[in-house]
Ligand binder design. Structure first.
Ligand code: OSB
Ligand code: MG
Length: 371
């Protein structure tokens, strides 16, 4: 930024966006995407980001209520009126608070968007991204085998580059056998969202028969250590999602042999600074990364696309077409993949703009701060 931007208007909303199809994972079922949306304004520009925490702590510990408390009570009142010359200028407002990386990410990511817009640059250029489109696959929720087979056929027809199946105890080996029976050659992965324990090693070992690209997060969210035993017991690569909140987590996991692949979600790890550090430490260990998703609206989806243009994102990500999730998105630009390739939204910042008519229909303003 040549001229610092003064943050003179902040708007925090809660958005409640219905999903076209309920999304089922081992920890529960989502029928709506409920999230805080942050809009930072300054110099006539808008920087936006959404939170990936859930109303209740079923994926990780953070909740929307906790995020609102931290943002309203401590961070946003101090951000108002600040002059920011670079995204790291916001660090002193976030550093005093423990954890809460999803809540902190909302602020950090909105600042990056605003900064990129002030420089009239697509965000990916500032991140060192090297592509203008990214390879994507789909993440399919837990469903009976026949439904899953239909969904895979549809995703295949649409050209998606990999299929990720959500699994849980008792909904795993027979499902995989049925899928491989019909689709012998597709690039296939599974995601357990922490549903297994070390006593399930025989089941996890049996997954080696299905030529999976990786098994995502078999054990508890806070358990990097026991994943070492899983990775040692299976030939399939282990990928960690929930367990990786920092670059240090990634370094420890890769050093110990707890995983060979890392799922990076910028909204989970506290923002771009940490996401880039995880990207870099993974590259140093020759471990590929890919960009996960949390059923984001067009705002979070656009952020994910920009992040995934960085060079070590060498496996297809979860950022599939927004039209798979929502009848009406809250951004003006369609985010649609063709033949498994999601184009980077053009234009400054994250390249999408809020559709206020659509947004107003699904949100309420929590609070506004004006300088
Ligand atoms: O583990 O990646 C996950 C959705 C909700 C919670 C956790 C996860 C997911 C997904 C969906 O897999 C990915 C997406 O399509 O956005
Ligand atoms: Mg996952």
């Amino acid at each position: 930024m040549t001229q610092p931007i003064k943050i003179d208007h902040i708007e925090l909303r809660m958005v409640h966006l219905p999903l076209l199809t309920p999304f089922v994972i081992s920890t529960g079922t989502m029928t709506h995407k409920t999230f805080p949306l942050l809009i930072l304004r300054g110099d006539g520009l808008e920087g936006v980001a959404e939170g990936v925490m859930d109303p209740l702590p079923d994926y990780l510990e953070e909740t929307t209520a906790g995020a609102l408390d931290l943002l309203r009570g401590a961070v946003l009142p101090k951000l108002l009126g600040q002059r920011l010359s670079a995204p790291t200028d916001v660090d002193p407002l976030l550093a005093p608070w423990c954890g809460n990386r999803m809540a902190k990410a909302v602020v950090e990511m909105a600042v990056w968007d605003l900064w990129a817009r002030s420089l009239n640059q697509p965000l990916c250029h500032l991140l060192g991204g090297a592509r203008d489109q990214i390879e994507v696959g789909v993440s399919l929720g837990i469903a009976p085998l026949d439904v899953t087979l239909d969904r895979i056929a549809e995703a295949q027809d649409q050209g998606y580059r990999r299929i990720k199946l959500k699994i849980k105890q008792g909904h795993d080996l027979a499902l995989l056998a049925g899928v491989r029976d019909r689709f012998a050659d597709i690039k296939l992965t599974v995601d357990a969202n922490t549903d297994y324990t070390l006593s399930d090693l025989p089941v996890l070992r049996a997954m080696d028969a299905f030529d999976l690209d990786y098994i995502e997060q078999p054990l508890a969210f806070d358990d990097i250590f026991d994943h070492v035993q899983v990775q040692a017991a299976v030939t399939t690569a282990i990928c960690l999602d929930e367990s990786i909140r920092t670059a240090k987590d990634a370094r420890i996991a890769l050093q110990m042999g707890a995983a060979r692949v890392i799922n990076i979600k910028v909204g989970r790890v506290g923002g771009y600074a940490e996401a880039r550090a995880i990207h870099d430490v993974s590259a140093a260990f020759s471990a590929p990364v890919w960009c996960g998703g949390m059923l984001e609206s067009g705002v979070g989806r656009a952020h994910n696309i920009h992040l995934a243009t960085m060079p070590n994102f060498t496996k297809p990500g979860d950022t599939s077409s927004a039209s798979r999730y929502f009848a009406r998105d809250i951004v003006n630009e369609p985010l649609e993949a063709t033949n498994g390739l999601m184009p980077m939204p053009r234009g400054p910042g994250i390249g999408v703009t809020l559709d206020y008519a659509a947004l107003d229909a699904v949100s309420e303003v929590v609070e506004v701060w004006t300088a």
